[in-house]
Design a protein around this ligand. Structure first.
Ligand code: SAM
Length: 294
């Protein structure tokens, strides 16, 4: 009789793991989803149809990949673990619109990835991310030239909170700014830790990121803007002024440059980094660039 169970069905996942003698590698962030309804909700949140190209990071045994393949035009998935390649060939044999790349996604040249797709449909990144490298993966995609329209990604809830945080909150920091500069960030829903094998220690969340047509703020230099935002959160409980001295230097010329730029941007140096909006950081960054000592 034909096996109609979805890969994520707990009994099917168990059978696949047993058939291939697969053992989890904690060091690769392997926590597999075993709840088909959550996978369907992820696909729905990402708005995937036959005119969407999808990139997945870490397909595991193919639970999410299967749902993506059923709905998308094409799916391209990066998997680092060589032991999973034959498993995926087996579990996804019925789908001819899936390509598995046996590669570390962080080493992949994302600019050329779009060449794999047959049609020039919008590209969406949909993934249950390996948690030990969530931030590097997010930044790898955001900083690449690959035109990603949307990312619907699962990560530890605490990281999702930091990425989507608003100014003035405890979770707000340079990561919130780095992502929100490019994308609009919204926490879509929470996923309890009980639906994974093996079960992680913390709950997860699905974050939906939608590419802005232009970055959230206009800056003279992106590099200097991100340097400033990083510098402003280095010493968490200190004022903006102390953080700036710590990163830019304490000599008289630098102090004068910083004082004048803060005045031009109308920002009180006694404020803390976490109270500044993206607009305020952009104003300060542009003021610093316009008066940089030669
Ligand atoms: N998508 C599956 C699911 O939802 O059940 C598995 C998700 S599991 C959290 C993360 C997956 O990412 C694992 O399959 C792991 O081997 C893979 N992985 C870890 N580091 C990776 C990397 N640098 N590049 C590509 N895949 C990676």
């Amino acid at each position: 009789m034909k096996d109609t169970r979805e890969i994520a069905a707990p009994s099917k996942t168990r059978d696949i793991l047993a058939k291939h003698g697969f053992t989890f590698k904690k060091s690769l962030g392997q926590n597999f989803l075993t709840e088909p309804n959550i996978l369907r909700k992820i696909v729905e949140t990402a708005g995937i149809d036959t005119t969407t190209n999808v990139i997945e990071v870490g397909p595991g045994i193919g639970a999410l990949t299967e749902q993506l393949a059923k709905n998308a035009a094409e799916v391209l998935a990066f998997e680092i673990d060589d032991r999973l390649i034959p498993v995926l060939e087996d579990t996804l044999a019925a789908y001819n619109n899936v390509t598995i790349l046996h590669q570390d996604v962080l080493k992949a040249n994302l600019e050329t990835v779009a060449d794999h797709f047959q049609e020039e449909y919008p590209i969406k990144v949909v993934a249950n991310l390996p948690y030990y490298i969530t931030t590097p993966i997010m930044m790898h995609f955001l900083e690449s030239k690959l035109p990603v329209a949307e990312m619907v990604v699962m990560m530890q809830k605490e990281v999702a909170d930091r990425i989507s945080a608003k100014p003035g909150t405890k979770a707000y920091g340079s990561l919130s700014i780095a992502v929100q500069y490019f994308m609009e960030a919204k926490l879509a829903f929470i996923v309890p830790k009980t639906v994974f094998v093996p079960q992680p220690n913390v709950d997860s969340a699905i974050l939906k990121l939608t590419r802005r047509t232009t970055p959230a703020v206009t800056v003279t230099s992106e590099k200097e803007f991100f340097k400033l935002t990083k510098a402003s959160f280095q010493l968490r409980r200190k004022t903006l002024w102390n953080n700036l001295l710590h990163s830019y230097g304490k000599d008289d010329a630098t102090k004068e440059w910083l004082t004048n730029s803060l005045a031009t941007a109308e920002i009180d140096p006694k404020r803390r980094g976490e109270t500044l909006s993206l607009e305020e950081f952009a104003r300060l960054s542009n003021a610093l660039e316009n008066s940089r000592p030669s």
